[in-house]
Design a protein around this ligand. Structure first.
Ligand code: 13P
Ligand code: SF4
Length: 360
């Protein structure tokens, strides 16, 4: 007989056991059949689930074949020997997988899984920027559409943005589209950065004042922040890096109390993995796009082979080049420690259209 409790049983190897402490056991009878169905469909169809670190614990711990940050997911898409990739993440991640693995079927379980950064800029915006800054290379954050990547020289993620910018060996780069990431990179390098006014709707909500208040009321707190937060927030943090760099920090240092200044599921996922001994202090913010992916729509995605990601070949060829050049640089990145804040130029649609008006 199956016992849905937190005690040791002969069935303690069941994937759902990994959710102890983060998902109440009363919910297990509802979740477990869904986990079993996803795992059966994966075997039947030779599919893998690649899940971003922001996915909920039942996806992250119970059905994902690989979990990671955007850079690690891109590398894994290429390395996995599967016919089908189900991207448990947002649309730009699924597009990146498709660019790197044109021969594989890539499915995204929800059409609502967008990203405020990806929707902040178009390929046409990048063409106008290139007119304004001829011969300045364009480095594009992977949180963009294939159309935008196609106009770029090379992509980057939060894990390797500093490394990629410096790899070009030039004095000035256009780094798109996250204003805060660009300011945070500018603080770490002598390369002059021209930015775009895009924001992550999750990370822009954190404030330095909020962090100071939590630190004031919580002695011995370690604060870890994602570089999509503002430079003021990063100044208050003890450490900043990609989602995987933040997880690695907690795994290695096991701080007594930690606040992960990023999407909420990160704390749940790390807490489920490392168990007792580290206290996770909220607040955190939810990404509404990441949260449109769930076990039910992963099942539907595999049963109905939906929603398949396709990219027009002319765009794909150019965009693939930009992503592949980043992957070819390797996984070694750099975290955001000890920078000096600088003023940088931040462009937007308005500043580009005023330039057009002047030239008429
Ligand atoms: P990472 O590449 O650090 O996982 O970040 C992706 C993302 O969308 C963060 O909001
Ligand atoms: Fe986009 Fe922000 Fe959500 Fe990441 S957390 S997917 S950057 S909206």
């Amino acid at each position: 007989m199956i016992r849905y409790n937190s005690g040791e049983t002969e069935e303690s190897h069941r994937p759902i056991q990994k959710l102890k402490g983060v998902v109440p056991s009363v919910e297990w009878p509802i979740i477990e059949p869904l986990i079993e169905r996803v795992n059966a469909l994966k075997s039947e169809k030779n599919a893998v689930v690649l899940a971003h670190n922001y996915q909920t614990p039942e996806i992250y711990h119970c059905v994902a074949d690989f979990v990671g940050d955007s850079l690690q997911l891109a590398v894994q898409a290429q390395e996995r020997d599967a016919d089908i990739i189900v991207q448990a993440g947002v649309h730009f991640m699924a597009e990146t997988s498709k660019l790197l693995c044109p021969e594989k079927t890539v499915l995204i379980p929800s059409l609502e899984a967008g990203c405020s950064l990806a929707s902040s800029i178009t390929g046409e915006d990048v063409r106008k920027l290139k007119n304004k800054y001829p011969n300045v290379p364009v480095v594009t954050y992977v949180n963009t559409s294939a159309d935008v990547k196609a106009e770029s020289d090379i992509c980057c993620t939060s894990a390797n943005a500093i490394t990629v910018v410096e790899s070009l060996g030039v004095e000035r780069v256009i780094l798109l589209p996250d204003e805060f990431l660009s300011q945070n990179v500018a603080a770490m390098t002598d390369v002059e950065i021209i930015a775009w006014k895009g924001r992550c709707e999750v990370h822009e909500r954190f404030t330095a004042g909020e962090l100071r208040a939590v630190r004031g009321s919580t002695p011995d707190l370690s604060i870890l922040a994602h570089p999509e937060c503002s430079p003021e927030v990063l100044e208050e943090a003890d450490f900043a890096g990609s989602t995987s760099a933040l997880i690695e920090y907690v795994r290695e240092k096991r701080p007594e109390k930690v606040m992960m200044v990023t999407e909420c599921s990160m704390s749940d996922n790390v807490s489920a993995e490392i168990g007792e001994g580290v206290e996770f202090i909220r607040p955190c913010n939810l990404c509404p796009h990441m949260k449109t992916i769930n076990l039910q729509n992963i099942i539907e995605s595999l049963e109905l082979m939906r929603y398949e990601v396709t990219i027009p070949e002319d765009i794909a060829t150019e965009a693939r080049g930009a992503v592949q050049r980043m992957v070819d640089l390797g996984l070694k990145g750099q975290n955001f420690e000890g920078g000096t804040m600088k003023d940088i130029v931040v462009e937007d649609s308005l500043s580009l259209s005023s330039m057009e008006t002047l030239s008429q």
